[in-house]
Design a protein around this ligand. Structure first.
Ligand SMILES: Cc1cc2nc3c(=O)[nH]c(=O)nc-3n(C[C@H](O)[C@H](O)[C@H](O)COP(=O)(O)OP(=O)(O)OC[C@H]3O[C@@H](n4cnc5c(N)ncnc54)[C@H](O)[C@@H]3O)c2cc1C
Length: 399
């Protein structure tokens, strides 16, 4: 059983690891000349860290991760803490796995170092996928064609494989853009910030910050209203002064974090509607290619890691003939959950940005009440989910 994965992002590399572990032959085609991630932070919640740990990545992840003390929501104007979910030891005791904050290039490097040499082929841009009775083949830009039993499109929100399967379709602009920045932590020592993930909620916008790079940097994302986005790469240099102006009336701590950065990048925030199907025959999708979502649940990469584990388990016992059935099973298990998270992320775009008033007061009251004695339990459906336990229950016919 030979699998070609298109794209070596977090989803594609994790899939390479899970498929190799399941005994399949794997090749990854990546268009870029080197493995790259944007120089920003990423939150990886326990529903994915437990899977990464089981792949043997516990030690390398611990070396580069920050294990935050809490997830907290704060009010934009006065910094009032609206909700606080304890993490660190409480998270591990509740869900059996940690919550991590990571510098994205560190996470990619941890995944890439675990993939044996020769599996990832750089500078290979996929431009075609052809299926026949006997198999499937991928064609790269240089004309090279390679055949396999299965093709996995893990090629991100602009997925060429998705377009080849289901036709071109424009992603949905959220009406928001994000300013992203990384501040050397020593510049913010005077603020004496705990190692938390803090999301400040305010009218039309929100601001998130947390430590990454084993505590060397404070990563921030400021989400503000934006006009439609026409920059080709969907990201561009942003002026620090513009970011400051967007949060001019906000709490001084937000201002101080933005003011300490050397430069920012601006990103148009897009997602896609859930697809009716992810797979056609021997070809399927994974990660953003399957379910691009807004970052307001911090789950896009996390869901791609869940995808990778389920895909490998579904293909583990399959043979050349049963591949389409195995891919249908993968899609049936993954699509409802990924679509639910996609919908929640969209909904948070409204809930986080409520103008001050009755609806905002109700939201704040709900945030304060969520979870009772262990506020983390409010997130059990998301963080407590173990796709391997789900698979095992499914295998034994108990679900
Ligand atoms: C502001 C922001 C904050 C976020 N925060 C979080 C967070 O805290 N937690 C979280 O889980 N998620 C977060 N996300 C979402 C997360 O970044 C994505 O969901 C995740 O990176 C998707 O991974 P992927 O591997 O599916 O796709 P990508 O990372 O896009 O990787 C796709 C790869 O495919 C390659 N490729 C593309 N086309 C081709 C082709 N034709 N041939 C060969 N290779 C190709 C690309 O070069 C790339 O390497 C955030 C997103 C944003 C915008």
């Amino acid at each position: 059983m030979r699998v070609i994965i298109v794209g070596a992002g977090i989803g594609g590399l994790t899939a390479a690891l899970t498929l190799l572990r399941s005994g399949l032959e794997v090749q990854v085609f990546e268009q870029a000349a080197e493995l790259r991630e944007v120089g920003a932070g990423i939150q990886i919640s326990p529903n994915a860290t437990r899977l990464l740990h089981r792949l043997g990545l516990t030690d390398p992840l611990r070396q580069v991760a920050v294990r935050p003390q809490a997830l907290q929501m704060r009010r934009w104007e006065d910094g009032k803490v609206l909700s606080r979910q304890p993490l660190a030891d409480v998270c591990e005791a509740t869900f059996g796995a940690p919550y991590y904050h990571l510098y994205r290039p560190d996470l990619l490097a941890v995944l890439a170092s675990a993939v044996p040499d020769g599996i990832v082929q750089l500078s290979h841009r996929c431009v075609g996928v052809q299926q026949s009775e006997s198999g499937v083949a991928v064609t790269c830009e240089d004309g090279m064609t390679v055949s396999a039993d299965v093709v996995v499109g893990a090629d991100g929100i602009h997925s060429a494989v998705r377009a080849l399967l289901f036709g071109p379709e424009s992603p949905h602009f959220s009406g928001s853009i994000a300013y992203r920045g990384l501040v050397p932590a020593e510049r913010l020592e005077h603020l004496q910030m705990e190692r938390n993930s803090s999301a400040w909620l305010g009218p039309d916008r929100h601001f998130v910050h947390y430590y990454v790079g084993a505590g060397r940097f404070v990563n921030f994302v400021g989400v503000v209203p934006g006009k439609d986005w026409h920059v080709e790469s969907w990201s561009a240099k942003g002026e620090v002064a513009d970011a400051l102006a967007e949060f001019a009336t906000w709490h001084p701590q937000v201002q101080q974090i933005i003011g300490a950065v050397d430069f920012t990048n601006r990103w148009g925030l897009y997602d896609r509607d859930p697809l009716d199907r992810w797979s056609v025959g021997r070809v399927t999708l994974l990660g953003d290619a399957a379910h691009a979502m807004l970052p307001f649940m911090a789950q896009g990469a996390v869901q791609s890691i869940e995808d990778a584990v389920v895909l490998a388990k579904c293909l583990e016992g399959a043979d050349h003939t049963s591949v389409p059935t195995a891919l249908r099973r993968y899609e049936e298990m993954r699509k409802p959950r990924a679509s639910q998270v996609q919908a929640y992320a969209r909904r948070n775009g409204t809930v986080f940005h409520l103008p001050d008033g009755e609806a905002q007061r109700q939201r704040d009251a709900q945030l304060a009440a969520a979870g009772g004695s262990n506020p983390l339990l409010a997130s059990s459906w998301l963080y407590g989910h173990d796709v391997e336990a789900e698979l095992s229950a499914d295998w034994h016919g108990t679900t």
